[in-house]
Design a protein around this ligand. Sequence first.
Ligand code: NAD
Length: 508
Amino acid sequence: MKDLTILTCAEQALPQEPFQARHFIDGHYVDSADGRVSDRISPSHGVLVSQAALGGQAETERAIASARAAFDDGRWSRLSGKDRAAVLNKVADLIEANQDTLAQIETLESGKPISQARGECGGAADLWRFAASLARTVQGDSHNTLGTDILATVLKEPIGVVSIITPWNFPFWILSQKLPFALAAGCTCIVKPSEMTPSTTAMLGDLLNEAGLPAGVCNIVLGHGDPVGALMSSHPAVDMVSFTGSTAVGKHITKAAGDTLKKVALELGGKNPQVIMPDADLDQAADAVTFGIYFNVGQCCNGTSRLIVHEDIAEAFVAKVVALSKQVRFGDPLHPDTQVGAIVTPEHASKIDGYVKTAIDQGAHCALGGAPLEVTGLGQQFYQPTVLTNVSPDMAIAHDEVFGPVLSVLTFKTLDDAIALANDSSYGLSAGIWSENVHTCLEFSRRAEAGTIWTNTWMDGFPELAFGGMKQSGQGREIGSYGFEEFLEVKSLVMRIGHSREPWVQTS
Ligand code: NAD
């Protein structure tokens, strides 16, 4: 693909030594009992970025016991909201102070561009600060009309010990969508990052200690989904699991948590559409679609994997997207100007390619890309920006989560058709519409089955809002006051005033 903008960068930014990531249990970094580690090779540069302790049952049990003890003795759950907020605000300051270190390793482990990693790691501080502000807002209801001798209140209490399990695509950001909110509520936690991107989560342990979080309140165990995540999901000492990842693993977790009926909050996959009406600002819309599909190489739960465009403008609009796609700067994630980096693993790169080849075999037309991308001097895990037209709703590419830089184009005649196509998915994470007509936007917004709707924009997000999915994109909500409430349990307290209660047993 000759007319694509590809950036490469000098080698000196690569690490000389791999980062040693260790479990963080009871306020201390520890190795695995059996000494096992796993290596993470950078998807873009092929260098050993980190060696992470590989957790097993022993470490997971220790971490859960530590979180349980810390919750039960009240060292954190019984602190005032003000004191909890002070610690979370300090963590936010430390995250900002360490933004570059965090971003460097996040880029090397995930393959995402360094400018994006800086934005996510530094920007995560805002999530911690917002959660800190919520720590002081926990309140329930009071009931003063239940009779002259009754006063009742509804209290909110921390739910208890929370297992937090996160994916590889936004390791530090997604951690920060969960952990500070759980801590603000007074919960204690066990955290497990993806085995592919363990380091920034492990690094957080030092920052938590420095900020004064009591030992045991947040424990971090590194390792695979099985056994670490599986035990975190089934253990009777855990009260809630907050998970972000694939729908398949989310279903496993729900089953594992079912035996002890723990609460489960799930942020899962998506197959998100942007609908383009003929009256839209087509230049803005084309830019937003281009951003939506290539951001994080399409490895984004909120990615625009489906373009649903009115048939009258489809050809011209796709031409605009194709022209913009060629100008997106793909390449070395360490280059400061790169916008799109590497695919997370070779297996995932071939899965993306498999979806594209199958769609073409089934009659889709490749308007752009459709093959791996060569980046001089770097590995094989890059993929060309890809636009597929002539996609029909029955093709796998139209409904499976491909999780790559691959846009599927579908067309429609009427708004009803567009809404039906948008909702023709087992997922319901996000959806968008572009139109200058507010009535069209509102009609779509009310009928689209998704947890977030964007009109005339894409992927704008704020800690104040609620994030989450309908249908098989998840259950529960994250961030905002709704996300915070997930970590709170509700308790009714009924108080009789004086001695007016009628005895149940009539004594003679
Ligand atoms: P994944 O489901 O493979 O893994 C996610 C986490 O679960 C990892 O830490 C993994 O080790 C762990 N895990 C695996 N098996 C487990 C088990 N049996 N029990 C407990 N934990 C287990 O997902 P991934 O490949 O890391 O991430 C990509 C997926 O995440 C995509 O489907 C994407 O849409 C989704 N995602 C969703 C959101 C959202 O907010 N809705 C955000 C980011 C990613």
